[in-house]
Ligand binder design. Structure first.
Ligand code: MSP
Length: 514
């Protein structure tokens, strides 16, 4: 199980293109886990940033005749803006062009030289600039006379140049042992199996420097070479903790990272190269790499040429950020590819947010406003139907924590939808509007109990829809520091007589005419 410190990262993004739904997805998922751990009172570090070196960036800048550093500044700030648009709670935003990052990468390089894991030779082979990855002959296919990487479909080009190599071949057995000793290092399990099979087939040494372009971190003591962009980029997870200062508070608290959230396309880099680099450099590998699937549109990978791109920024403008966050988290089964569409987005907003959680808040708050003088009513003795409702959540808390520790986000959301559904049902079944005429004390107790249930559900839904749940918790007068899981078990938390502020609709229903 995790310690009380929690360090989670997103991949640092290539800023060359416009932010798309895949970027939004990786970030939102990581943000949900970070926020969950904060309400579980962990010390959390959540990192994102931009990956700015490499041939891809150099060529883009040349194409646009821009100064490369200024070009990176501009592009990186678009991604920094994205963190605000997505309402990410990241604690830091790292850029690989920063000084602190250079220091960390140089140290890793020097350690690899010292451990004799690096040697100088010549690279002859295929390289995809788009993936910034080397491919073997059997990983290449020809399509319309163009050589492409089978795995990504990206164009490859032939490279012949002097290069330093990392002795990856020597790490095969140690990696396999590491996977066995840490069975949850790679999740989901299907991806773990994929990686284990790949490593079992044997590993080749990896080219880790380039001489045919200059946009990168120079190799210490041989600046003809720049360090391979993936060795550079992966090290960002350490630079943000002020590595190589291993006495630094952040480093001591947060390394090894709890979990790197990544897309399945960059699994090999994170699950094979990264632990091998780290073990060679005598740094502990991270505790987990979680490889999520692809976001598809109309069952296909989103691409400009197919015209099936759903732009996250446009969707947020039209539907709202919490709506997009909830939809992506609920609709896409985290480890698998998931299809998204405007139609299912609308259904999800209407069914789960407007009709279920939103409706629960709306009807209870309005009823209390009208019938209890806008005040939290005082309560009498709880009856079994009351405690049954609240216990449903309390009993599930250990399980909910476990689900989130295993990145079982979809099951977590399913439980919450159920809680909200059952709270609506409780309100329907107990009919406070009838009790008003027959037994106002009982009505008050029922209302108190359901207000408390809204508090619990809102705390647990907060990681997914932070803005909306904060509005509900504001209405209930729950202080920021009390919006934590440990306070859920207190069924008498809300203060009778506190004002229930007037509520605006949390989630508007979307008419199906878009
Ligand atoms: N710069 C590297 C990561 C370096 S981490 C040390 C990179 N950047 S990226 O911008 O191309 O991709 C960032 C993330 O977005 C990756 O995790 C990738 O898997 C994810 N996605 C990009 N398109 C995607 C979808 N269509 N669906 C889901 N995620 C995908 O890779």
């Amino acid at each position: 199980m995790f310690s009380k410190n929690f360090y989670i990262t997103t991949p640092i993004y290539y800023p060359s293109g416009r932010p798309h739904m895949g970027h939004a997805y990786s970030s939102i998922i990581a943000d949900i886990f970070a926020r969950f751990k904060r309400i579980d009172e962990y010390s959390v570090m959540f990192l994102t940033g931009t990956d700015e070196h490499g041939l891809k960036m150099q060529r883009e800048a040349e194409k646009k005749s821009k100064d490369i550093k200024l070009f990176c500044d501009e592009l990186s700030s678009t991604f920094k803006d994205l963190t605000k648009t997505l309402n990410l709670s990241n604690d830091d935003f790292i850029r690989t062009t920063e000084k602190r990052h250079y220091k960390a990468v140089e140290e890793i390089w020097n350690r690899l030289v010292k451990s004799k894991d690096i040697y100088l030779s010549k690279y002859n082979g295929w390289y995809s600039v788009s993936d910034e990855a080397y491919y073997d002959e059997d990983e290449i296919e020809t399509k319309d006379n163009i050589k492409c990487a089978k795995i990504s479909g990206s164009k490859v080009e032939w490279v012949e140049e002097d290069s330093y190599f990392f002795k990856l071949s020597g790490w095969q057995d140690k990696l396999l042992k590491f996977y066995t000793d840490n069975p949850k290092f790679i999740l989901p399990l299907s991806r773990r199996n994929e990686v284990v099979q790949f490593v079992k087939k044997g590993l080749k040494d990896l080219s880790v420097s380039r001489t045919s372009f200059s946009w990168g971190i120079p190799v210490p003591k041989n600046s003809k070479h720049v360090i391979y962009v993936w060795l550079d980029a992966l090290t960002n997870y350490l630079s943000a903790l002020n590595f190589p200062n291993t006495e630094d508070k952040k480093y001591k608290r947060f390394w090894p990272a709890t979990v790197h959230i990544i897309g399945k396309d960059i699994l090999r880099f994170h699950a094979i190269y990264w632990p091998a680099f780290l073990m060679a450099a005598k740094v502990s590998p991270p505790q987990r790499v979680y490889g999520h699937g692809w976001i598809l549109s109309d069952e296909k990978k989103m691409s400009k040429s197919l015209g099936n791109i759903l732009d996250p920024i446009a969707i947020i403008k039209n539907y709202g950020i919490d709506q997009l966050r909830y939809y992506l988290a609920k609709e896409v089964s985290l480890g698998n590819d998931g299809n998204i569409s405007l139609e299912s987005l609308t259904n999800c907003i209407n069914n789960d947010l407007a009709n279920n959680y939103g409706n629960l808040c709306q009807r209870v708050f309005s009823f209390v406003n009208k019938n209890c003088n806008s005040k939290i009513p005082s309560f009498g003795k709880f009856q079994s139907e009351d405690t049954q409702l609240s216990n449903e959540i309390i009993k599930q808390i250990p399980n909910l924590k476990k689900l989130m520790d295993n990145q079982d986000l979809n099951l977590y959301i399913k439980e919450l939808i159920n809680f909200s559904f059952n709270a609506n049902k409780y309100f329907n079944d107990l009919e406070p509007w009838s009790l008003k005429k027959t037994n106002s004390e009982r009505m008050n107790t029922v209302l108190y109990n359901i207000l408390n249930q809204i508090r619990s559900i809102s705390i647990l839904l907060y990681p997914i829809i932070p803005d909306s749940t904060n509005k509900a918790l504001d209405i209930l007068g729950v202080k920021k520091e009390d919006r934590v899981i440990s306070k859920i078990a207190n069924l008498k938390f809300l203060k009778p007589e506190n004002i229930i502020k007037k509520a605006n609709i949390l989630f508007k229903k979307i008419e199906n005419d878009n």
